[in-house]
Design a protein around this ligand. Structure first.
Ligand SMILES: Cc1cc2nc3c(=O)[nH]c(=O)nc-3n(C[C@H](O)[C@H](O)[C@H](O)COP(=O)(O)OP(=O)(O)OC[C@H]3O[C@@H](n4cnc5c(N)ncnc54)[C@H](O)[C@@H]3O)c2cc1C
Length: 317
């Protein structure tokens, strides 16, 4: 079966969950080959990649590959596409992944699909487009299919691959080195999962009423081991930081479970969450548009419903 390249997302030597999802998806369409960019691959990381089906692990361990923003990663993948003629290249549909995908498409004269939420035989991708208003199936017709897949689109499943490591030396162009990262500041990470990667997201909107009251949303998220999100109304009011905004001008999430509390369901909010597998809405207005989208709806005051829900979940632990 043809090789499918998967660009590995990693932090501090740890493979991110989205990569395991991409390997799982790649396995259903060909032979997955992981591509590790930068130094710091660990034995644990290699074992994880193999555990989820990587037949090969291409390691471009030079610091240069990660010290010049995203351009070198696109050149690394372009070199592998030229050398190995893979059937497709999969990246995570993160801001960085999508930029890598776009650059790679130009370099390899290939078509690119971003924000795919599924990928089937013949590399037919499911996409949710126009702010989430329309679902389409798309297929790349030119070159090597390059597909950026949203986190949480596939459940990761282990199935061992050979995990054979192969070192790759990439010759970067001057253009790829034009910008250099001069400092990295680590953002303090709380105990909660990263918003775009979380399997469960609990979001609050204007109905939460205040910054202090977001504690109610956080408590429910914590009881479920989920991440916290917010509508733009809530972030604009400075009740919750902007980096947690879900929607067209915020983050796109595709969790297994999305709970929207005190959120009306404006089209711009839906654009960031409507591919969630299960949507629960809690709103005191039975006519709120979010109920059109929700799998389960609770009509009620979130100040009563959410704490009761949290208590019930905590009791069952
Ligand atoms: C270009 C553009 C981009 C945008 N991008 C985004 C985006 O990325 N993300 C985003 O979210 N929005 C975005 N918006 C804004 C969007 O149009 C809405 O204004 C916003 O989503 C509304 O947020 P909300 O649902 O929290 O507030 P509202 O629409 O005011 O809804 C609040 C809801 O809370 C309910 N409620 C009130 N009190 C309670 C209570 N005690 N218990 C239960 N329910 C209660 C109300 O019934 C109501 O349905 C964008 C707008 C534009 C023009």
């Amino acid at each position: 079966m043809s090789e499918i390249l998967v660009l590995v997302e990693h932090v501090d030597g740890e493979v991110k969950k989205v990569t395991l999802e991409l390997l799982t998806l790649a396995r259903s369409l060909g032979t997955p080959a992981a591509v590790w960019a930068g130094p710091g691959i660990t034995a644990d990381a290699k074992a994880k990649l193999a555990e989820y089906g990587a037949d090969k692990i291409y390691v471009a361990g030079s610091g240069d590959v990660v010290d010049h923003v995203v351009a070198p990663k696109a050149e690394l993948l372009a070199q592998l596409v030229a050398d190995r003629s893979p059937a497709a290249v999969l990246v995570a549909a993160t801001a960085e992944g999508k930029e890598v995908a776009g650059r790679l498409a130009v370099k390899t004269d290939s078509g690119v699909i971003t924000d795919a939420v599924g990928l089937r035989e013949g590399f037919v991708a499911d996409q949710s487009i126009f702010g989430g208003g329309v679902n389409v199936q798309s297929r790349v017709r030119r070159g090597t299919p390059i597909v950026a897949v949203r986190p949480n689109s596939t459940a990761p499943e282990a199935a061992a691959g050979a995990g054979a490591e192969e070192e790759v030396t990439v010759s970067l162009s001057d253009g790829a080195r034009a910008a250099r990262i001069v400092e990295r500041v680590k953002q303090e990470k709380g105990a909660r999962p990263e918003l775009t990667e979380a399997a469960i997201v609990v979001s609050g909107g204007r109905g939460v009423g205040s910054a202090e009251n977001f504690a109610v949303i956080e408590a429910l998220a914590d009881s479920l081991g989920g991440a916290v999100g917010a509508s733009r109304a809530a972030t604009d009011a400075q009740w919750y930081p902007h980096q947690f905004q879900v929607g067209q001008t915020g983050k796109t999430v595709s969790p297994q479970l999305y709970i929207a509390a005190g959120i009306s369901g404006a089209i711009q909010h839906r654009a960031g969450m409507q591919t969630a597998k299960n949507i629960v809405a809690i709103n005191k207005d039975p006519e709120a548009p979010i109920f059109e989208l929700a799998d389960y709806g609770v009509v009620g005051d979130l100040n009563q419903v959410v704490p009761q829900l949290t208590e019930e979940i905590n009791k069952r632990k």
